[in-house]
Structure formats: C-alpha cells, structure tokens
Design a protein around this ligand. Structure first.
Ligand code: UT7
Length: 332
C-alpha cells in the first residue's frame, strides 16, 4: 500500500491595506529608515486598522481565500488549527471564531501557541492526523495582529512586527509528495528573554500592570538574536543531514522572517545561495506564526511539484524547528 503523506495543496492569505513605513515609525520613536534597514531589513509592515477587527477576521479572510483558490467547500474541512500568539481573547480559542466566520461547521478546531514556530508545530500536528488516514482536509491558519501587543513607544520592538494571516490546506498524498520529516524543539528557559509579562494567571491585569506597560511584548533583542541564529541554522542543518540531502538538492529554504541578518546566517550555514531563499521581510516585517506560510503564498507561482523545501523557524518559548517537504503541485 502506498504511504500516505501530508501535503500542502493550497495557500491563501490576507494582508491589511495599511502600510506602516520606516519613515512613519521615525515620527513615533527615535529611529531611522537607515538603522532599521541595516539592522533588521524591514522597509514596511502591514497594520490592521478598523474598529472591532481582530486576529480572527484576518484569519477568516485568509481561510476564505484558501477555500476559494482550492475550490474547497467550507463543510469539507475536518479540522482547523490556528497558530497565533494574539488570540482575539483568552477564551474561547480563536480557531473556533475563525471557523464560525468562515462557515466551517463540520470541523473541530484549536489554537496552537508556539509563537514564531507556530506554523511548523501546527504542520507537524496536522501531519499526524492526515498520515493516520482519518483526516482528509485540515486547515492551518497562522494569524497575528501583532500591532495589538506592540508598544509603539519602544524603538527596540516596534519596527520589527506586522499584522497578517496565511492559511494552508493539508491533504493526503500517495505520490510521495508532502511532509517527509520534521524536528521541533523547545527550551522554556528562553521565556525570560521574550514574553508578555502580565495578563495571564501569573500576573492578571490590574491598573499597575497597565501603568507599567506589561501587556506589551517584551524582548531582550540580543539574547534572542544569538539563540535564533544558532538554533535555526543548527536544526536546518540537522534535518538535511538526517535525510541525506545537501544544499544542491534543495529548491527553496523558507526561513522565519524576523531579521535579515538571521535569515542570511541560516542560509550561509546551510550553504544555500540567496536565490533559493524566500525573503519578504522587507514588505511585511515579522508576522510571527504567519511568516512561513506568507512566504509560500508570495512565492507560490515559482514552486514546482517535487521541489525539495526546508522550512525553519525560531521564536518565543524558546521554540524552534525545521521541516523537510516535497512540494505537491504546480500553479498554472
Ligand atoms: O521572531 C521572534 C524572534 N525575534 C527575533 O529573532 C529578534 C532578534 N533580535 C533582533 O533582531 C535584534 O536584536 C534587534 C533588531 C531587536 C536589535 O538589533 P541589535 O543589533 O541587536 O541592537 P541592540 O539591541 O544591540 O542595540 C544596539 C543599539 C542600542 O544603542 P546603544 O545602547 O548602543 O547606544 C539601542 O538602543 O541600537 C539602539 N537601538 C536603536 N537605534 C535606532 C535599538 N533599536 C533601535 C532603533 N533605532 N529602532
């Protein structure tokens, strides 16, 4: 009997219209386009504007785009996983709200919080359900309204992040295309370097936590940078070695888009030339869980059936991982 693999069979996305440029950020904090381009490599990022709009709205629009593109009916979806660190609210899960807004009624759904590695952790999870043979159509939607947790008075974090959502459909494949392998890891000690200090059970919201600006993302940039460079490169090399593939075999590296210098260091360690690296950080910034599927969406037309692709990510937690897959379709 042919092996069932979990394959990505379509990609959808939603990008808010508003473009927050480096020049506009320079009017908010003491920074410049030159500093941001040199140290991070981001030119602009999208921001979701509009009263009452949340992560679930972007997520639902990305899912609707995916269903339209793949000709899938909402009721055919068996399961929906939402990768996010910016849920609409603590409960219920944003995945449930997205399913409701996208008219998906025959699925169960849940949120997965692995920060910037959220898409990779979700893909590994979806892979189990597809490989078991019990699930036929799983949606992963990575959606982040990062602007809701960013302090636009903090120059060390506000240039980095943007809002976006991207969704993929995962289906069984018996032609040896799809996910071949993944390695995912965590180190909880890393939580001290990248976190939101208040608003959870440890430190519930109070006037004091608001006054202390503890509901915004807190990051010790250099510590995270160092860990990201070594962990992302190491794990990507590890998955190549484990599967006996070299840089020549790889059509595309899809790295998490946090900082151009981290992307370049990872590609260098893997000996992969820049033309094979998906990069869109300059347009959207770091959209946390959404960066990897947003790259696949941006580059979809250039992808060919059978292409060997390595996904790599690193994020809060710390969480990091790498996935090796063979792309499953050509786009007309
Ligand atoms: O996706 C989740 C994982 N996150 C990441 O991977 C992010 C990892 N970290 C980074 O990308 C970088 O550490 C940052 C982009 C956040 C910061 O870059 P850096 O080169 O590590 O800068 P730094 O924190 O060492 O700061 C160097 C200087 C400091 O000034 P002094 O103390 O040397 O006078 C900062 O105050 O740069 C200053 N600085 C800025 N200057 C102008 C920090 N942010 C800015 C800014 N504009 N926006």
């Amino acid at each position: 009997m042919a092996i069932i693999r979990a394959a990505i069979t379509g990609v959808g996305a939603f990008l808010p219209e508003y473009r927050l440029t480096n020049d506009e950020i320079s009017t908010m904090v003491d920074t410049s386009d030159e500093w941001i381009m040199q140290r991070i490599g981001i030119k602009e990022r999208r921001i979701l504007k509009g009263e009452g709009l949340a992560t679930s709205d972007m997520g639902a629009w990305a899912v609707e785009d995916l269903l339209r593109k793949t000709g899938t009916l909402a009721d055919e979806i068996d399961m929906l996983i939402c990768a996010t660190i910016t849920p609409d609210m603590s409960l219920p899960a944003t995945a449930n709200i997205i399913a409701d807004k996208a008219n998906i009624h025959n699925a169960w759904s849940f949120d997965l919080n692995a920060a910037c590695s959220g898409f990779l952790f979700s893909l590994a999870t979806a892979t189990q359900f597809i490989e078991s043979g019990r699930y036929k159509k799983v949606v992963i939607v990575a959606a982040e309204k990062m602007s809701s947790i960013i302090n636009y008075k903090d120059r060390s974090t506000c240039p980095l992040f943007g809002d976006a959502a991207a969704a993929v459909l995962i289906e069984p494949n018996t032609e040896d295309l799809g996910v071949y392998d993944y390695i995912n890891r965590v180190d909880g000690l890393g939580r001290h370097h990248l976190q939101i200090k208040a608003g959870g059970s440890l430190k519930p919201a109070s006037q004091e936590t608001v006054a202390n600006e503890e509901h915004f993302l807190y990051q010790e940039g250099q510590a995270v940078f160092k860990a990201a460079v070594s962990s992302m490169a190491d794990i990507a090399v590890e998955i190549m070695d484990k599967n006996n593939i070299t840089s020549d075999d790889i059509a595309w590296l899809v790295p998490h888009q946090a900082n151009m210098r981290i992307i370049e260091a990872t590609a260098k360690r893997m000996k992969i030339s820049k033309e094979k690296v998906m990069i869109n950080i300059q347009k959207y910034g770091n959209t946390t869980a959404a960066t990897v599927p947003l790259c696949l969406w941006d580059y979809e037309k250039q992808l060919k059936k059978g292409d060997n692709i390595i996904l790599a990510a690193f994020g809060a937690g710390f969480t990091w991982g790498s996935t090796y897959l063979k792309w499953a379709y050509d786009t007309e």
